[in-house]
Design a binder for this molecule. Structure first.
Ligand code: MN
Length: 148
């Protein structure tokens, strides 16, 4: 896998949606992601996270599992059940991952999982890898009128 291929001047910045209700985590994740050159989108709860994902189609989502109201797993299931958002990679984050929880998280459709507190380098590598992988899968852009 290629490493730290920083976007050229004509490449628009990739966007990362962070769905996170804890203000300190939001601040930390946003700073990390912005420092890597990604455009940061923020949602503090599941409902607005779902809404922003559907409207803005970010290149990747960092999804807290424990959210007020709609859980991160429910948001993930909804996004992965929809053709227009299915290809967006989702990294789940959770402070309470017991044995078996990661199975549930991956079964909900998440593409990766990071336990909190986050290991920063591994986290950034996972973001980069998933964005690169989904880029390959998405090109060439499908004809939206094509019935497959
Ligand atoms: Mn939370």
């Amino acid at each position: 896998m290629n490493h730290k291929s920083h976007a050229g001047p004509r490449t628009p910045a990739k966007s990362v949606l962070i769905v996170e209700d804890n203000p300190l985590n939001m601040k930390l994740f946003s700073a990390m992601v912005a420092a890597e050159g990604y455009r940061v989108l923020q949602a503090q709860d599941g409902r607005s996270g779902l809404d922003m994902a559907q409207r803005l189609r970010p290149d990747l989502i960092i999804m807290d599992i424990q959210l007020p109201g709609v859980s991160g797993l429910d948001v993930t299931r909804t996004l992965k059940a929809d053709d227009s958002t299915r290809s967006i990679p989702i990294i789940a984050t959770s402070a309470f991952a017991l044995r078996g929880d990661t199975d549930t998280i991956m079964a909900a459709g998440c593409d990766g999982f990071m336990a909190k507190p986050i290991a920063i380098t591994a986290f950034l590598d996972l973001i980069e890898t998933l964005i690169a992988t989904s880029d390959e899968q998405r090109s060439p852009a499908p004809d939206p009128r094509a019935q497959v």
